[in-house]
Design a protein. Structure first.
Lengths: 333, 267
């Protein structure tokens, strides 16, 4: 499916330039370097995720790209506009839904949207129509006349995202769109982000959840301490970090050393021993590799009490990317 | 009709970019809406000056001016000045609250006139000043206050009052931008305002004060404003009196409006 043909931005000088191109962005707060030289290339029309733990610098990076914060070094263009020399043009081409709700709690959902539509220049009638369409698209029609302070977390998020779509942006920034939402509300927001991307909007989102990046994004950049430590598709990242953790519990603790050696040999990854029992865990690159390693244990006569295959958590990814035995912290792919 | 989803939302043609005035009016509209939704904010604004009016008039009035009625005649124009000054503190708190919530991040990422959010704030403030001032005046009239200059005098006094509120408002817009905790804005605001309001001629003429204090009270901008307000309501105001009353608001606006813009754009 060609999504690029439907990109809507009349303020773009050149349709072929990347949605976002950043080089060496740096932001310091006093002695702390929150963003430490990040390069980013986001092609148009895709969902791109920035994955990192709390304090990694995700918000700061996004705020620089949205012209809310000036970088201390580096350059970037958004939809072809330079964030330093043409911030007004950047603002005309983007919309941002920040980490904290950017809504007026005292107003109703509809009033919030009409207000923004008027700021964009819609006349009274057209502003109302735009607000009603957005409310319908984000399943908020029933709640439209309620004050936002009475909205649930999920409703707020949806309204906040709707508020970024009053005019269709070239790039939509979503800072942790589902943090703090329950699983149902999260699924709903995910569905809407996917729908949105189908219309050709480029989406840059940040998240702390590997699963979220995996579910939504075509490409993922992993950042930590203000640096990008890996970038690639979800599959590429998993190829580099392993698709999951294999955990085994041995029936006989005496076989621990032998089992660890076998696993290490078959999976070529460091084996972690849990101190309290006869448990081992090791990163497995593929399910096939994990299954082969299990067969080897059985063939060697080592009895298992149980085993489990777990999806890697963000911590596991970091362990694999930055751990001594992991691949070098460079771009994957 | 098929379901509306974010993907098949009609991409509207972009409207032409609105003018700065249109942006400012939209923010003003928001301020009016907030009034409709949160009328209880008026309670905060009116209770303090109301208590002051009643307490001073009935407790001290007789002792200070011979009769409660004479005191009210003296006191009411000044309490209006105090009302708008205290109002401005609440407005700074509101700004600080908005900033903490990320609402202003959205405004700053929109291609709008950068001062428009503040224009909206000012519209809301002026509305609050008018409503609170009107209520206090109304209560004064019930208690026996009589503006000798009649309606034209009251209108002129209220115009001056709005100018005063506008000028003082900048102080708290700047504080609201600088301080991220709304309660700190309030504490700091009242810490600054209380001495300035009390060491003025709002409650008593400075004749009986020690020289050093009297010297301060006589140049205190709040005193100058109060004198002009009294003059306008009584029909005795002189041009220099009004000019002196406007001095502080004009200076505050001239200095703090650019500071506001700078603070808003920095980082
Ligand atoms: N305005 C600020 N002043 C000082 N330090 C800040 C400011 N904003 C962020 N930081 C610091 O910069 C680092 C990165 O923050 P942030 O970009 O918010 O990370 P993330 O969004 O990934 O959680 C953190 O250590 C945070 O404390
Ligand atoms: Mg963040």
């Amino acid at each position: 499916m060609d999504t690029r043909s439907t990109i809507l931005s009349d303020t773009t000088p050149d349709r072929e330039v990347a949605a976002i191109r950043a080089r060496g962005l740096v932001k310091r707060f006093g002695g702390l370097t929150a963003v430490d030289g990040i390069d980013l290339d986001v092609p148009r029309g895709m969902i791109f995720a920035i994955l990192g733990p709390n304090g990694a610098g995700k918000t700061t990076l996004m705020r620089m790209l949205a012209t809310l914060t000036r970088p201390d070094a580096g350059t970037a263009t958004v939809m072809g506009h330079d964030i330093l020399t043409a911030p007004a043009a950047v603002r005309g081409a983007i919309a941002m839904t920040g980490q904290f709700a950017s809504l007026d709690e005292d107003l109703t959902g509809r009033e919030n949207l009409v207000f923004l539509a008027r700021l964009w220049g819609f006349g009274g009638r057209a502003a109302g129509r735009r607000a009603d369409d957005l409310l319908a698209a984000f399943e908020l029609t029933e709640a439209r006349h309620r004050q936002v302070k009475d909205y649930s977390g999920g409703m707020r998020r949806r309204l906040d995202i709707a508020a970024s779509l009053v005019v269709t942006p070239g790039v939509l920034f979503l800072d942790e769109p589902t943090t703090g939402l329950d699983p149902t509300a999260r699924q709903r927001v995910w569905r809407m982000i996917r729908h949105l991307a189908q219309s050709g909007v480029t989406v840059l989102l940040t998240t702390q959840y590997l699963e979220e990046a995996d579910q939504l994004a075509r490409r993922i950049a992993v950042i930590d301490h203000g640096r990008k430590i890996a970038e690639g598709t979800s599959r590429e990242l998993k190829a580099a970090t392993g698709s999951g953790f294999l955990q085994v519990a041995l029936a006989d603790p005496g076989a621990l050393d032998r089992a660890a050696a076998l696993l290490e040999e078959h999976l070529a990854a460091p084996v972690q021993r849990s101190p309290e029992g006869a448990r081992l865990s090791v990163m497995a690159r593929t399910p096939e590799a994990a299954s082969a390693a299990l067969s080897a244990l059985v063939a060697a006569g080592i009895a298992l009490e149980d085993f489990a295959m777990g999806a890697p958590s963000l911590e596991d990814v970091f362990f694999a990317l930055t751990g001594a035995a992991g691949p070098p912290p460079e771009e994957v792919a | 009709m098929t379901d509306l989803t974010p993907a098949n939302l009609q991409p509207m043609p972009r409207p032409p970019r609105p003018s700065a005035l249109s942006n400012a009016l939209t923010f003003g509209w928001r301020a009016v809406l907030k009034f409709r939704h949160v009328p209880e904010q008026l309670f905060d604004l009116v209770m303090t000056p109301l208590m002051f009016t009643l307490l001073f008039t009935f407790v001290f009035g007789g002792a200070l001016a011979g009769s409660t009625r004479d005191y009210l005649q003296f006191f009411l124009p000044g309490i209006l000045v105090q009302t708008v000054a205290f109002n401005a503190v609440y407005s700074g708190m509101g700004l600080s609250t908005d900033l903490g919530k990320g609402l202003f991040d959205r405004f700053r990422s929109l291609p709008i006139w950068p001062l428009a959010p503040f224009a909206g704030l000012v519209v809301g403030d002026l509305l609050r000043h008018l409503i609170a001032g009107g209520i206090i005046l109304g209560i004064g009239l019930v208690l026996g206050y009589r503006p000798d200059a009649g309606l034209p005098g009251v209108v002129a006094a209220f115009l001056l009052l709005l100018a005063i509120g506008f000028g003082i408002g900048w102080v708290f817009i700047v504080l609201g931008l600088l301080i991220r905790t709304p309660t700190t804005v309030m504490t700091l605001g009242f810490t600054v305002l209380f001495p300035v309001v009390f060491a003025s001629n709002i409650m008593v003429q400075p004749d009986t004060m020690p020289d050093w204090l009297r010297a301060f009270v006589e140049v205190n901008p709040i005193s100058l404003m109060t004198t002009a307000m009294r003059g306008l309501m009584a029909g005795t105001a002189t041009l220099p009196q009004v000019g002196l009353a406007l001095l502080a608001p004009v200076l505050l606006t001239g200095v703090l409006a650019p500071v506001t813009l700078w603070l808003y754009r920095r980082t």
